[in-house]
Design a protein around this ligand. Sequence first.
Ligand SMILES: Cc1cc2nc3c(=O)[nH]c(=O)nc-3n(C[C@H](O)[C@H](O)[C@H](O)COP(=O)(O)OP(=O)(O)OC[C@H]3O[C@@H](n4cnc5c(N)ncnc54)[C@H](O)[C@@H]3O)c2cc1C
Length: 456
Amino acid sequence: MIPDEDGAIFKKLSNGWVPYSILVGPDGKVILWESEFQEAGFSAAIEKLYEEPAEKPAAPEPALKSAPRRARPWGANILILGGGAGGLVAAYHLRRKLPRSHRVVVLDREPNHLFQSSLLWRAVGLRRADQIQRPLADLTRKGVEFINEPVVQIDPQRKQVRTLAQEIDFDFLVVALGAELAPQEVLGFDEMALNLYDLEGTAKIHAGLEDFSGGKVAILVTDMPFKCPAAPYEAALLVDSFLRKKGVRDRSEVHIFTPEHQPMPIAGPAMGEAITKVLDKRNIQYHPLFTFEWISPGDQTIVPSSGDAHEVDLLLAVPPHRAPEVIQYSGLLGSSGWMHVDPHTMETEHEGVYAIGDVNNIRLANGKNLPMAGVFAHYEARVAAERITAEINGEKGKSSFNGKGYCWLELGGGKAGFAAGNFYAEPEPSVRLYPPMRPWHWGKVLFEKWWLRHWF
Ligand SMILES: Cc1cc2nc3c(=O)[nH]c(=O)nc-3n(C[C@H](O)[C@H](O)[C@H](O)COP(=O)(O)OP(=O)(O)OC[C@H]3O[C@@H](n4cnc5c(N)ncnc54)[C@H](O)[C@@H]3O)c2cc1C
């Protein structure tokens, strides 16, 4: 036990919300150093440790380099796994850049693309499911093939993926499978929590809010990392607006429980302070560093590892996020628990295989990870598409991901804030926050409309 009254030690050994996990080999060398605990990544690193004779140095991460390849002027098979934010953008740019003699194929287990940002509007009844989805089969109009099947195995050596129905060969592969939601890992989730991150859960949240006549609403972040660091805060503010409009806010409490030490820790203390002020002003009770353990449906409580349980009438929850199972089964998991890529080119260690969006893990200069966000999936997809095109044409790819991104922060009542910055800046990301106003909200609405038209 070390006294740490001013939090100096915590700040040094943590990234702001959890301590770093550090694995040291018998020779005293650091094998794994990460700010999120991913059991799968840890297990892989520990297994590796036992494979090596103790006197040998720990194996470094395989070097990522682009192997020179011959031009393939016609007939390349480019397979994109996942028709979410990243997959859609990659397909669009590849199809635009390459002649039709090359096949561009998107494979997704779902028939529809879902614009996930709008789930928050759906939770408060501002969108129907059909307004925030598009059939992936519509991609065929643009010359992109679509296969509606789940991928069950990826073999980068044989350059083949397997679905339940077929084996598909590829010359280039873009893995854009996102993050898997794992509510089943939380005891009591299914019985009591409503999933803020999927279509079914947000429909139930809307129904629950419609029936709500007063009491305690809580937004719970069960685990880190989670996609869109702003989303739980936006959800709380939208719920607050909904309850005010309904006339039951004075009979209600709105709470946020999260393991983070401040809102959006990756964006720095100024951003955290600004959001905390907005929460205060709207009388939303904030519980940072909440050490969540489990949900107890019997007495309607959420239970921390220490301290009192909190009774809740309506529980909106962000489930744990994991790398998709197929990545784990195919041995493509890096020690971080996600796929390892070159942070500028999105290449993996396997020739012709790229990984973009939430499925990859990019470590920033300050030791934190690039957040999971659609904006990064979008820009990474463009880079992967340009590099694949260049390789096919026998050229050297020049496009490079620069870590720049932006996001809107929906405040409810037709207002939003906006933040933009460079996450690759050193030593810390540099993110600027623009004050809330109505035009930002309209910007977000227009972006949604553009997104759902542009790629199809
Ligand atoms: C509520 C909410 C609000 C958000 N708001 C914002 C925001 O304002 N700004 C922002 O930048 N980001 C936001 N995000 C995050 C953003 O949506 C994601 O970061 C982004 O969608 C990631 O893109 P992706 O292509 O990596 O994965 P996804 O878009 O998740 O796509 C993955 C695709 O892979 C498919 N798939 C998975 N496994 C398999 C399999 N085995 N076989 C076949 N197909 C499979 C899935 O069906 C899915 O279509 C938000 C997310 C949520 C949930």
